[in-house]
Unconditional design. Sequence first.
Length: 220
Amino acid sequence: FFEMLGNFSFGDYFKTEAIPFAWELLTKEFGIDKSKLLVTVYHTDDEAAAIWKKVAGLSDDKIIRIATNDNFWMMGPTGPCGPCTEIFYDHGDHIWGGPPGSPEEDGDRFIEIWNLVFMQNEQFEDGSMTALDQQSIDTGMGLERIAALLQGKHDNYDTDLMRALIEASAHASSNDPDGPGKTHHRVIADHLRSTSFLMADGVMPSNDGRGYVLRRIMRR
């Protein structure tokens, strides 16, 4: 289960404001240790890299340039698109994994917590690209990930968002929530949360459409 927090700006502000806003929220309002943060930028986005260096004082090794589409957001084959910068948290060398762009990037040490998309281009069917008349900001932050970080946890399932559900499942089955059946309790908690969100939006179990999806989740 992944819940995304988003904020947007359409033609109001751009990189020179969005990056400082993000840094201020994370380091001043949330109180996250600056030394634990690193960022990625699209490999040709010198502007974003320079802003990070100026605003956050990050060293070059903590501003990682990525040449793949991981750092270039596109709506589809055509439409608005642009480079993005992602903010990662380093959970420490006691956890296996390498920084983004490294062979060990799929490990759990460095976790992405926020993605800032800079919509500055429009892509056309012939592959050509032009600058948008109005530049926009589109960001996404993982609620569970930032909650885990702020609660001093590495695992999303250990946060207060999930722990009560996991312990309720374990209690109902007279099992240890962290024992051999740990994965089962986590799946149940995930499905209970998904079910509650769907039903809160007016979806009821049925034999077709959204209702069938809900029914399948509940039956699992």
